[in-house]
Design a protein around this ligand. Sequence first.
Ligand SMILES: Nc1ncnc2c1ncn2[C@@H]1O[C@H](COP(=O)(O)OP(=O)(O)OP(=O)(O)O)[C@@H](O)[C@H]1O
Ligand SMILES: O=C(CO)[C@H](O)[C@H](O)COP(=O)(O)O
Length: 410
Amino acid sequence: MAVCTVYTSQSFNSTCSISTPTKTHLGFHQKQVVFYSTGKRTNKRGSSSCGPCVITCSAGDSQTVVIGLAADSGCGKSTFMRRLTSVFGGAAEPPKGGNPDSNTLISDMTTVICLDDYHSLDRTGRKEKGVTALDPRANNFDLMHEQVKALKSGIAVEKPIYNHVTGLLDPPELIKPPKILVIEGLHPMFDERVRDLLDFSIYLDISNEVKFAWKIQRDMAERGHSLESIKASIEARKPDFDAYIDSQKQYADAVIEVLPTQLIPDDNEGKVLRVRLIMKEGVKNFSPVYLFDEGSTISWIPCGRKLTCSYPGIKFFYGPDTYFGHEVSILEMDGQFDRLDELIYVESHLSNISTKFYGEVTQQLLKHADFPGSNNGTGLFQTIVGLKIRDLYEQITASKTAAPLEATKA
Ligand SMILES: Nc1ncnc2c1ncn2[C@@H]1O[C@H](COP(=O)(O)OP(=O)(O)OP(=O)(O)O)[C@@H](O)[C@H]1O
Ligand SMILES: O=C(CO)[C@H](O)[C@H](O)COP(=O)(O)O
């Protein structure tokens, strides 16, 4: 009897079959399909003595909704993820009993995987080849595509781990298909195949001035780096950042742009921020948020009797625009809240925010008042995008449950 050797990094949570030119084996279950026959992990499906093998797996019962979040390092992805998982309830934690340096966060509804895990070159490898982690040549997009596709169709995968402590690639961890999969990191929208798997995509666009201020705050104050080394690291990453990361924002369904304030002339402190939520029109299951009147152009200073504002105040803007040739709606907030509980006044003038009860945005922000950006547009818009993602997820799952019913009726 021919022996077929299958090399795969995948494991399966559903019924699978393997077919070779000579034989088809049906009904394989998870553990029977995963072979590491050489004792070494390899990311390629392959074959040995019996010719090419094809593995076919039926999808699990429910489909995973996939969200992409792109940003440079140190631009607030983790903070955004904490706000998003909080909207769905339950704490997000690394896989239980797994690698303590895992980058994955799992909660009841969501699994957040960090795309750094698809670095194909470790720290030494990148140094030897003279490439940065932002360079596509340092990342395995074939595996990223294969695994995101598998998870989306309900199939578990053995995902590699990039260890940020050692700079090495660690043995893989098992990721089961969640209800909502968030892929966050440098390149969720770089590869067209991966991009096509996304149900919704977000880009955090932090201007250079603000990025620098945040880096100083974290890497100098918390990690003991020098000002020169921070400057040098930003400069060294810039060409690849422009070429491979920043270029992805054209594909995003929502962009959160963070800029220095316009309320303080020549501000160079970077503490007060002007934040713009750019929302693409015509995205399936997503209707942009608006202020007062959908489609109008509105400038609003809410400070006065109902909102306490110290210098330099708060200014909102809302209106239609174009972004990389797409029609968009833009909601902008410049300035910061003195009293977070008064945000309810602003919330009550926003529509399409996908809340389940009056004041949910304010409640979410108050709950995480200690997260960076809770008193400005970054926290406000991240929270709103979190609620929109919940709404998108509910619409997708509702349409799936409704579909068989419709079919029966017909
Ligand atoms: N909205 C914000 N307002 C002010 N500072 C912020 C905000 N978001 C993030 N920061 C600052 O930037 C730092 C990095 O944030 P965070 O860890 O969320 O980013 P990240 O993109 O996940 O970073 P990395 O990829 O390097 O892990 C924080 O420690 C904080 O100092
Ligand atoms: O841009 C990054 C994404 O977080 C990191 O720089 C990249 O993952 C390499 O990590 P490290 O510096 O820990 O080797």
